[in-house]
Ligand binder design. Structure first.
Ligand SMILES: *Cc1c(COP(=O)(O)O)cnc(C)c1O
Length: 355
């Protein structure tokens, strides 16, 4: 148990208009902060008014990207409660990321306690309009000021919160995907399974290229042969081919998504065949699309929940998926997951935690 000191703001900010929240642009009145120093461990857990950080320009995070982060949401139910979705999964994944990044681990129960404490103090900031949420961003940074390449001797763990708008303005909206055959996102032994800023920095060039060509996301192929499909943008990816739901295995190069795991559980309980072991090659995928056997494609992640794919471009060829329309399984997963998250549906899995 953390002993969290609370320093409330004396100048609460005006609340942004719920109709134009967007994503990650507004921040609440408070933030959670905890420090780490070698020999002392994590200490001084506290909630403070939201403020800019003071960092030495030589802080290791600014040069060598020793950092880790998480992404999760707090939801407002119709009867006014505030809930989290499987926060212990984020806590466990954060611990795994921190091990890979040589950042001292934060006990899983302390991570959940910190997130809940911030949501509790900024409870009024959890928006009430349909499909809005309070996006939560826990993260850890290396703060030691020195330019040698080595793990930092000091860190900060922070949690900030951002009221965010509905991802879809008017129903699920299938996106066009560019299959990236030049840049890669991950390779065996690297950090693909970890949620760290470096993965995102390395993905920007591919993202920009796809955007410039009129596509909204990149489909990443494996980093060794550029042959097997792995993830789409910053989401896990599912393909329904010949009645089987396929997704890449989490064997080091794929981020183990909470939404991915939840979708696989739902699909199996609905009697669907899910294959998360057999690698799917881009040639097999394009062939399935050409011959009408590619039934649905969708990405999964906390921000969009489910993102249908309506078109794929790979090496000069464009193939439609379901004529650009959202598939039935895609829609059912979206309705069920958001139904459980917002308390409209029963929660038979015990996924929802009240704050
Ligand atoms: C965060 C993330 C996901 C999705 O994980 P969720 O827990 O479902 O939000 C997928 N891929 C990448 C690369 C990610 O960073």
């Amino acid at each position: 148990m953390l002993d969290i000191q609370i320093n409330r703001t004396t100048a609460p900010k005006p609340r942004p208009d719920q109709a134009s929240l967007g994503f990650g642009r507004h921040f609440t009145d408070h933030m959670f902060v905890m420090d780490y120093d070698e020999g002392r461990g994590w200490h001084d857990a506290r909630i403070e008014p939201y403020h800019a950080l003071t960092l030495d320009p030589a802080a290791i995070v600014l040069h060598y990207a020793q950092e880790s982060f998480e992404g999760m949401k707090a939801y407002r139910t119709a009867d006014g409660r505030v809930t989290l979705f499987r926060p212990e999964m984020n806590a466990r994944r954060f611990a795994g990321t921190n091990r890979r990044m040589c950042i001292p681990e934060i006990p899983e129960e302390d991570f959940v306690q910190a997130v809940k404490a911030l949501v509790d103090i900024d409870r009024d900031w959890v928006p009430t309009a349909p499909d809005t949420s309070l996006y939560l961003r826990p993260f850890a940074i290396a703060t030691e000021a020195q330019l040698g390449v080595k793990p930092s001797a000091s860190y900060q763990f922070l949690v900030i919160a951002s009221p965010s708008g509905a991802y879809y303005e008017s129903g699920l909206d299938p996106v066009k995907i560019y299959v990236e055959d030049e840049y890669i996102r991950a390779a065996p032994g690297l950090t693909g399974f970890a949620k760290c800023g470096g993965n995102y920095a390395a993905s920007l060039a591919g993202q920009v290229k796809a955007h410039d060509l009129g596509y909204s996301q990149v489909l990443w192929l494996d980093g060794v042969e550029r042959k097997y499909v792995e993830e789409v943008g910053s989401m896990n990816c599912f393909f329904v081919i010949d009645g089987v739901v396929r997704t890449a295995a989490c064997t080091g190069t794929v981020l183990p998504g909470v939404t991915r795991d939840s979708c696989m559980r739902l699909l199996r309980d609905w009697g669907c065949t899910v294959d998360d072991q057999t690698r799917l090659s881009i040639d097999e995928l394009m062939d399935a699309a050409r011959t009408g056997r590619l039934e649905e494609v969708f990405g999964t992640g906390t921000a969009a929940v489910i993102s249908p794919v309506g078109q794929l471009y790979y090496e000069g060829e464009t193939v439609p998926v379901r004529d650009g329309k959202t598939g039935a399984l895609t829609q059912r997963l979206y309705d069920t997951l958001t139904g459980i998250q917002y308390g409209r549906l029963a929660d038979p899995y015990g996924w929802v935690t009240e704050v």
